[in-house]
Every structure is written in C-alpha cells, then in structure tokens.
Design a protein around this ligand. Structure first.
Ligand code: ATR
Length: 276
C-alpha cells in the first residue's frame, strides 16, 4: 500500500489525512495518508524515504515549509516564496529518482476567491501578519492585479523582510487599518477563543471583505465582528481544501483536474470537515 504523510509540529489538528484518504477511497487508490509530528532533524530521513520509495509523497505544514527546501532536487515554486507544502518523487529522463517540491497554498488561496467570484483586480488589500503563509498570499494577490497591497505586522522587522521580496507592498503600523476593500488575517490570532486582533472595527466603513486564513474555529472573532457590521466574510476552509486537492492531483496526476481551472470539490469533502 502506498504511503503518504503530512508532517508538522504540532500536527494533531491536521485534517489533511481525512481529505486525502477520502480521495484515495473515491478513486480506488490503494494508499494510506497519515499525520506525523516530527522534529526538524527528522526531515532528512523522511525525504530519503520518499527517494527510496518507502513513502510516495508528503505535505508539509507549520513550521517546516521552509526547512524542507535544502532537501529538494527540483524546486517548482516561485523564487520569492521559500515555502514548500507538497513533496513527491519523480523520475528524471535518465531514469533516476528526484524529489520535487511545490507550493499549493498559492493556488488554494486563488481558487478560494474564484469560487466566490471575488475579483481582486483594482482593489485595495490589507494583509495582517507576516508569518509562513503570508508570502504565498501576497504572491497570489499580485497575480490578480490589486491596485494596492498594504501589510501590517506586530513585529516590524518581519514586515520589512517581506517588503524586500515584494517591493510593491506598503507597510503600515500594526493596529492601523487605513482604507481598504479587502482585509486578510494571516496571523495565528484567532486560533484561540480569546484571541483578538487590535482593530477598531467601528472605524472601518461598510461593504468590505474580511478573509481569515484560519478555518478552525470556523468564525474567528475577526469574522464575527465583521459579520456583525454587515461585511462579507470568508474563512480559510476552501483555501485548505483547494490546496489539499491540488496536492492530491500532483500526488496522483489526475488528468481530469487540470491546473488553472477551478476544480470542483465534492460536497462530501466539505461535510468531512464540518464534522469536526
Ligand atoms: P509562522 O510559523 O506561520 O510564521 P508565526 O510565526 O507563529 O507563524 O506567526 C504568524 C503570524 O502571526 C506572525 O505575523 C505573527 O506576528 P509576529 O511576527 O509579530 O510574531 C502573528 N502573531 C502571532 N501571535 C500574535 C500576537 N499575539 N499578536 C500579534 N501578532 C501575532
């Protein structure tokens, strides 16, 4: 039986096994997808296991999306991103095995907006946070031609580092909200029930779009406050599902789901996540 893994630390809450095992069953693929909490020192052996065929592929989550990069032979990610979440084995023309690293978060975010037909073109976007997922979000947004991307992070240095990679972004003070059409929370604030972003929701006009990368809880305080004031809201669930489905496509190369086309998501998949 072919083996797949998601690695991270912590990993207990990962819903990836649920999705991938469902897709394996649906496609009659004899494979098992498990989660594994690892230490950074374990990465080398896991990649070796992929190379040797003990494992077919892995997904990578916090905090290893960058630290896996030195072990990859063929890095198929935009250079600025430095974040790999999908790794698998491929044969070279000469017949040897090579390890491929990809990033499906970018596409996951893009598809999540396409699905709800939110058009970023010409919009002003404010990003909160400068963590591991933020570069993928900025990259995806820039491809969608917003008029302006602003970013604020508690730790200024991390925001400044991102500006070096993406010179077009405009840095603003943590807690400021300026004028925006869309605001995206990419911080981890909201994972815990009492987490609150330092935002004055009453200072924000009407008809904005609030997007939270967090999907568990389904409605962070950020989204609750936004919804109370009549703004459009979206959590990170569809981004998660689309990034997983794209990883599944890469693992199994399903010809009916091509990159670039918004793939359909089986309703049962969404129910799987709702049960948690
Ligand atoms: P990652 O591993 O994805 O980088 P992280 O470093 O834990 O995750 O944090 C992701 C984001 O959440 C960062 O922008 C972080 O802000 P800092 O750069 O200032 O650390 C933000 N974040 C986490 N806890 C926060 C808090 N209590 N207040 C403000 N921002 C917070």
């Amino acid at each position: 039986m072919n083996k797949y893994l998601v690695i991270g630390n912590p990993i207990d809450h990962s819903l990836s096994p649920k999705l991938h095992n469902y897709w394996f069953r649906e496609n009659n693929i004899d494979a098992l997808y498990e989660k594994k909490q690892i230490r950074e020192a374990d990465i080398k052996q896991i990649i070796l296991d992929i190379r040797n065929g003990k494992i077919e592929g892995i997904n990578v989550t916090v905090p290893f999306k960058k630290s896996v990069i030195p072990f990859i032979d063929k890095l198929e990610i935009p250079e600025k991103i430095q974040s790999v979440n999908t790794i698998y084995r491929e044969k070279t023309i000469k017949g040897s095995n090579q390890i491929v690293g990809r990033n499906t978060d970018i596409l996951g975010f893009k598809y999540s907006l396409e699905r709800i037909k939110y058009n970023v073109k010409g919009k002003t976007v404010l990003i909160l946070g400068a963590g591991g997922v933020t570069p993928s979000i900025i990259y995806a947004l820039e491809e969608m031609n917003p008029s302006n991307i602003m970013l604020s992070n508690r730790t200024k240095k991390k925001a400044e580092d991102l500006k070096k990679l993406f010179p077009q972004i405009e840095l603003i003070e943590w807690g400021d909200t300026e004028n925006f059409d869309m605001i995206i929370n990419t911080t981890s604030l909201g994972l815990k029930e009492n987490d609150k972003l330092p935002i004055n929701y009453d200072k924000i006009g009407s008809g904005k779009f609030f997007y939270d990368v967090i999907y568990n809880p389904k409605k962070t305080n950020f989204l609750v406050e936004a919804e109370k004031r009549g703004h459009q809201i979206e959590n990170g669930k569809m981004m998660f599902v689309y990034q997983a489905q794209e990883a599944f496509r890469l693992f199994t190369i399903k010809p009916d789901v091509g990159e670039g086309l918004l793939p359909s998501i089986n309703k049962k998949v969404l129910q799987l996540l709702d049960n948690d």
